[in-house]
Design a protein around this ligand. Structure first.
Ligand code: SAH
Ligand code: SF4
Length: 442
């Protein structure tokens, strides 16, 4: 989501005749786009600001902090670092050019924070109006791109700061999303990831306001079908899919729509129903496994990943054992596991039974080593398989080496003497590890 927001900021500044540079020393404007999901993310921002403060001693440069740290900390952040000239919340991105101009004219610190209103959302009816072109890219990745379909979140899981930093759930209109994807594909993108905190509830606000009418499979599945029809698009992914609103119709779509590939991220957070209830995740372990079964019925070899939090307040050894057991049973392809980090303003930060750090990190290590064993078996089963790979990256270190992702979302490294970027080609896996497989073109 932050990558997508960063690109939107670059696009807006491009319209003001700014251009991307590779080195902070060459920049007139530096924007730190920040994440507030865990405490560690905020520490990174503060240490980067310390470095940029040095830069300011020998060069005139405007420094903006955008994103969720700006939103959550507000003016306090200006007191913590004198290097900041502009503060910009994630719901106020479109105000960036005005703030930069005003700071440049007055040298007075500028602040725009607060939640997005419906009228703030990007409404694009035609491809021509969409300002993102290949030249505005960060230069990292033209083949795979992101499109926000939904801002904010209404769920208020008790550990999570997102509803406080990104506000309530607002869906972009389908026509606008389709126009954005079409524009990105016209500019060379082959894989699009649709983004929202809870994509399965996409459009519920549009149904309420009468912009959309209810259909058999619901607005998200309808949207995926419509976007998948865009010619030139090879792969369509989405994240994050909250199990609460996950439907059998979405699981079935994986069987009929090849562009969706064979991969889904479905965060569970915990294997203990007691902890899931305290987290307000609204699904039980049994209901979660039911959803995995829908998916595996639709696509038997589908690759599934998840997010897990260990050390949530009140998590006992027995609760953790259940999470461990869940990972053992679920046969995930990847897990993203985190030590619980108390976030100011969230309900769980006020819960009394906080778990000591050493217990959290012990549990985290146990989960990760369990998954390492599972991944090893899966990776070995890949050897000799034929896979379809979309190539998105050319190695800068090794000559004639390209990286891509398989339909199961595994990173794969392939030698080739011709340019493979943006191509989807069959390969045969011949080795590799959990980080990246290796293969030869067929
Ligand atoms: N909207 C997504 C999650 C977005 S946040 C969903 O509901 O699935 C990404 C992940 O960060 C979460 O799935 C969770 O595992 C982790 N996370 C969020 N808040 C956290 C916290 N306070 N401490 C530790 N991990 C957290
Ligand atoms: Fe946070 Fe829960 Fe919303 Fe995900 S669904 S963003 S975890 S509140």
């Amino acid at each position: 989501m932050n990558v997508a927001d960063s690109e939107r900021m670059l696009s807006l500044m491009k319209l003001e005749h700014y251009k991307w540079v590779n080195n902070p020393d060459d920049a007139d404007l530096i924007i730190l786009n920040t994440c507030h999901i865990r405490e560690k993310a905020k520490h990174k921002v503060m240490s980067r600001l310390g470095v940029l403060k040095q830069l300011k001693t020998h060069k005139a440069v405007t420094i903006a902090v955008s994103g969720c740290v700006a939103q959550a900390e507000g003016k306090k952040l200006l007191e913590q670092s004198s290097a900041i000239d502009i503060l910009l919340g994630p719901g106020k991105i479109q105000e960036l050019p005005r703030l930069v101009a005003e700071f440049n004219a007055t040298q007075k610190k500028q602040i725009a924070i607060g939640f997005a209103k419906k009228s703030d959302t990007l409404v694009v009816e035609t491809e021509d109006e969409f300002p993102i072109t290949p030249e505005t890219l960060t230069g990292k990745n033209e083949v795979t791109r992101y499109v926000n379909i939904q801002q904010g979140c209404d769920n208020f899981c008790t550990f999570c700061v997102v509803p406080f930093t990104r506000g309530r759930e607002i869906s972009e209109k389908p026509a606008s999303i389709i126009a954005q994807v079409a524009a990105l594909v016209a500019g060379g993108a082959k894989e699009i990831t649709l983004l929202g905190q809870n994509v399965n509830s996409y459009g519920s606000d549009l149904l309420e306001s009468g912009v959309l009418v209810n259909t058999h499979d619901g607005p998200f599945v309808d949207l995926l079908r419509a976007v998948a029809q865009i010619e030139g698009l090879s792969r369509l992914r989405f994240t994050t899919s909250n199990p609460h609103d996950f439907t059998p119709a979405l699981a079935k779509l994986f069987a009929s729509e090849a562009k969706l590939g064979k991969y889904i991220h479905l965060p569970v957070q915990s294997g203990s129903d007691r902890i899931l209830a305290a987290m307000k995740r609204k699904v039980t372990q049994e209901e979660y496994f039911e959803r995995l079964a829908w998916l595996r019925t639709a696509v038997p070899d589908i690759s599934i990943s998840t997010d897990l939090i260990v050390g949530f307040p009140g998590e006992t050894e027995e609760d953790f054992e259940q999470t461990y057991e869940l990972v053992r049973k679920a046969n995930y392809s990847f897990i993203f596991s985190f030590a619980y980090s108390p976030r100011k303003g969230t309900a769980a930060a006020r819960f009394l039974e906080q778990v000591p750090n050493e217990v959290k990190f012990r549990r985290l290590a146990a989960l990760n080593s369990l998954q390492d064993g599972i991944s090893l078996v899966q990776v070995e089963a890949e050897y000799g398989q034929e896979r379809s790979v979309l190539f998105h990256y050319k190695s800068k270190k090794e000559e004639n080496v390209y990286y891509g992702k398989t339909e199961h979302f595994r990173l794969i490294k392939v030698p080739a003497s011709r340019n493979l970027l943006g191509l989807e080609l069959p390969v045969r896996v011949d080795g590799g590890n959990k980080t990246a497989l290796t293969a030869q073109l067929i």
